[in-house]
Design a protein around this ligand. Structure first.
Ligand code: ADP
Ligand code: ZN
Length: 715
């Protein structure tokens, strides 16, 4: 197996021209028989990393996936691209399971998704032994870690894979990147020799914004109003909020629905289905929603309440814009939410250690919302990714707060921390800096260190604010597994010794924080308007096709593909294959429908010009069918006879019956068609006319081309 084969499979099945950074390396490592841990953000393109090896290697790839809805979605997507895929889980009837088993045994399946329960079950083992496995992929691998936020006990039983199937490459994939989880996955899966691939977790297409939580509904409505018809998810903390919010939005005329765990499952499925199929664009949900949804054209994620930690937050906003098109995240921040969580955590069942961990993570969440640091830089640093620049696509970057030179404050904080032996948490560090008389200070002898009391110029709250910024900048880190003590990071040390300037900000006055940036409305040019019109038609067509096929619209074509179609307006099969997301299967299945839609549009709006009502060439066709001669049609319609012929030729290409021999003999047509391979599409009639030394007129050439295209289509 080599990467050339991987590339052709990428084009053939998925219609993509290039691998994204890392995908090719990961695929190569699978081909080399090695294990790998893959960390990529949601929408980063993890699936391709096992799907391409699966379709190119011998045998069947087994993919462990925790969510039934997700399996179904993946399988639908694969089948739409012509990849033989199936899934198996305990919710299926046993006859359905047997059918899948038989297909797997007969070698008719390249990718089989199974739930972890199914995979470890006794009943599955004989099958596993009898099929040839090309690779194991464990999706959402963070579920194995008790440190993670989605711990699933069944995952810890997957250890047996490594021991019992030596030589079969094992791929663990996740969008949760923190170091603890990473270590845990490797240890628990026994993946001792695995290569670890960590891609950037940046999702540059998602604009990140935070607004203060006052008057949320008004702000929310203003936001939604400006984005008509777009799909979005609004996350709320309480079920009651979901329901009330959805009702308020519906009362204002928006298509919205609530979604939470208490709804009957049939209703939940329907709501999810309506969202996926673009029937209900807005969902007000608790975190229960979205886990199993791969819908690639979610355009915005709103957090009506503060999420409980940055892992969850980032995963949730990651559900926007998987297709890579511009998308938005909007978070409403209020301290009341922080309090609610604190009470919730304190009164919960968990051990004190677990509670502390939750609170520490919550603190980082609200510090993120508060800190005047580029949002992207903050989250990425939280996940251990150094991000130097400012992103330019968050509210802070667009509307930066007033800064001061914080070099001295950083030096004081970091050196005080180092002098305590990095044994203190944030509050105690501030107490040291401010020369507090607390008992712990004396017990630990911190009153004797040189920096004790060196930071009296800032209040306690101001220090917390400044330290959060240092955390966000990656100068400090919190060791959650060691009683949340603070540590100076390597870049903190570098900063300290290099005496580099560090810009910091003091807490903004509450007034300044409520200011809101108004989105600019852009003037629309005529070309943009035309493009939008075609896009709207394509969206309608996609909807129709999706209903016919019984799959969600984004499985038929992603928004990226629709945009590319609207931009490039392909007119032939070959042009279509150049469009990202159109592989062989989709060309075969939808090619004609798409080409007809675009041709019709081009004739009406671009070539036909004035004729804006109905299709100009359909009118030509109608008159022709009524027996009108070409000349008469041209005269009545006010177009040239050549145009009349070209309209008819398109109808002929599309499969209408026309006796074309009245314009060109079979021999002439053969000669013209024989020369076509010398030219490139789109054919220039003039070139072909010259090629034959003007022997055949334009009508004959036009019919030659039409006959050839028709033959291609109906061969
Ligand atoms: P993840 O599983 O990491 O969340 P997916 O595998 O679903 O991400 O990929 C996200 C989107 O990016 C999908 O629409 C996918 O088809 C697309 N994609 C993945 N790899 C490529 C590529 N090499 N070129 C273009 N699009 C890609
Ligand atoms: Zn930014």
């Amino acid at each position: 197996m080599n990467l050339t084969q991987a590339h052709s499979a990428l084009k053939k099945y998925f219609g993509y021209d290039q691998f994204r950074p890392m995908q090719a390396d990961i695929i190569q490592s699978v081909y080399d028989g090695k294990d790998a841990l893959v960390l990529m953000p949601t929408g980063g393109g993890k699936s391709i990393c096992y799907q391409i090896p699966a379709v190119t290697m011998d045998g069947l790839a087994l993919v462990v996936s925790p969510l039934i809805a997700l399996m179904k979605d993946q399988v639908e997507g694969l089948r739409a691209n012509g990849v033989p895929a199936a899934f198996m889980n305990s919710s299926m009837s046993s006859s359905d399971q047997t059918a899948v088993e038989n297909a797997a045994l007969a070698g008719q399946i390249k990718i089989l998704y199974v739930s972890p329960e199914k995979l470890v079950s006794q009943s599955f083992q004989p099958l596993l032994k009898r099929i040839r496995i090309s690779l194991f992929a464990v999706d959402e691998a963070h579920c194995i870690s008790a440190w993670g936020h989605d711990f699933r006990p069944e995952y810890t039983q997957l250890k047996f894979l490594r021991a019992q199937y030596p030589g079969v490459p094992l791929l663990a994939l996740t969008a949760t990147a923190d170091k603890l989880t990473r270590r845990d996955i490797l240890a628990q899966m026994d993946m001792n020799d695995a290569e670890v691939f960590v891609s950037s977790f940046d999702r540059p297409n998602i604009s990140i914004n935070v607004l203060p939580g006052q008057r949320r509904f008004e702000q929310l409505e203003a936001f939604i109003k400006q984005r008509p018809g777009q799909s979005g998810i609004i996350y709320c903390l309480a079920r009651r909020t979901c329901v009330e919010l959805a009702e308020k939005l519906m009362a204002k005329g928006y298509k919205a629905a609530p979604y939470h765990a208490e709804l009957p499952s049939a209703l939940r499925n329907k709501i999810q289905d309506d969202f996926i199929n673009d029937r209900t664009p807005i969902i007000c949900a608790t975190i229960a929603f979205g886990m199993g949804i791969d819908k690639s054209n979610v355009r915005y994620i709103i957090h009506y309440n503060l999420p409980r930690n940055l892992e969850g937050y980032y995963q949730e906003i990651g559900r926007a814009g998987r297709d890579g098109l511009p998308s938005e995240a909007l978070l409403f921040f209020s301290y009341a939410d922080v309090q609610t969580y604190r009470q919730m955590f304190e009164s919960g069942e968990a051990s004190q250690e677990q509670k502390d961990l939750k609170i520490a993570k919550l603190n980082r969440m609200y510090q993120f919302a508060e800190a005047p640091v580029c949002r992207r830089k903050t989250v990425l640093n939280y996940f251990g990714e150094a991000y130097e620049d400012s992103c330019g696509n968050c509210d802070i970057c667009r509307n930066p707060p007033k800064k001061f030179d914080g070099t001295v404050a950083v030096q004081k904080a970091l050196s005080a921390l180092l002098r305590t032996g990095e044994k203190v948490g944030m509050n105690l560090l501030v107490d040291v800096l401010r020369g507090s008389q607390r008992r712990e200070i004396y017990e630990n002898g911190f009153h004797q260190i040189k920096t004790y009391g060196a930071g009296k110029e800032y209040s306690f709250d101001e220090w917390i604010y400044l330290l959060s910024q240092m955390l966000h900048m990656g100068l400090l880190e919190i060791a959650y597994d060691e009683h949340s003590r603070l540590r100076v990071t390597q870049s903190g040390k570098d900063m300290l010794y290099a005496q580099k300037q560090v810009p910091l900000a003091l807490p903004p006055s509450p007034k300044a924080a409520t200011k809101k940036a108004e989105p600019a409305t852009r003037p629309v040019s005529q070309t943009q308007q035309l493009r939008q019109e075609l896009l709207d038609r394509l969206i309608q067509l996609r909807k129709k096709l999706s209903q016919q096929e019984g799959v969600p619209p984004y499985i038929v074509f992603s928004d990226v593909t629709l945009h590319a179609l609207a931009d490039k307006r392909p007119l032939t099969d070959l042009d279509l294959l150049q469009i990202s997301g159109i592989g062989e299967r989709k060309l075969q299945r939808y090619g004609d429908a798409i080409l007809n839609c675009i041709r019709e549009f081009v004739m009406e709006k671009v070539e036909g010009g004035q004729n804006l009502s109905g299709s100009t060439y359909l009118q030509t066709w109608e008159m022709f069918q009524q027996g009108e001669p070409i000349e008469a049609i041209a005269q009545t319609r006010g177009i040239s006879p050549v145009t009349v012929i070209s309209h008819l030729a398109v109808m002929y290409e599309r499969g209408e019956m026309i006796d074309i021999h009245q314009w060109a003999s079979p021999e002439e047509l053969d000669i013209i068609k024989g020369a076509l391979p010398l030219f490139q599409e789109p054919y220039q009639m003039k070139d072909i006319f010259e090629h034959f030394n003007k022997r055949y007129d334009y009508d004959k050439i036009r019919w030659g081309i039409a006959d050839w295209k028709r033959a291609q289509k109906f061969k």
